[in-house]
Design a binder for this molecule. Sequence first.
Ligand code: SF4
Length: 222
Amino acid sequence: MRTRRARKGPVVPDAATVAEIFRRFHAANPEPKGELEYVNPYTLLVAVVLSAQATDAGVNKATRPLFAVVDTPQKMLAFGEERLRDAIKTIGLYRNKAKNVIALSQQLIERFGGEVPRTREELESLPGVGRKTANVVLNIAFGAPTIAVDTHLFRVANRIPLAPGKTPLAVELGLEKIVPEPYRRHAHHWLILHGRYVCKARKPDCGRCIINDLCRYEAKTI
Ligand code: SF4
């Protein structure tokens, strides 16, 4: 594998290697999906807001019954903050999240006709919605080629390394520069799933890793 050195910092793979990494992810899982459950863009937005510092499985457990009856901002306001708090009380930071979901539902109705907006700026203007949440919603609900950097993706991008960076934003912008266009839409799913199930935080499962010959992580176990 040929590599080039970033202006400062670790060796990063050349374009052919980056393309090969994503070709393999694509071949192994052509249509990767996120694991949060939702029924429309609004419930996806709510699920992502609820998922901050929580597991997708934990969020799904709470939202499955909730979304069966509450799937629009109007219904959420009618449901009310108290019942919402109760419905999501198994999720970390649930009090603050319930407040944000009610406030963002109100704003969706007042400012966006009850619809989820389609730009990052508009999404980020909603309570409890940061860049990562906006990127997830734009990607999954609207098919935009955005890259949402969570803790798994951040670790993997620095380990391989693909797009090393000290902050999630640096990694996101680095990946935007190097991920070949055909793979852009699903790049974040592949990397998140890779980090969650193979390139795990404490003990990466390098023996099962489909890119282990291309990875340059010093502590890889193969
Ligand atoms: S070889 Fe190991 S460290 Fe490298 S990407 Fe694969 S699982 Fe992660």
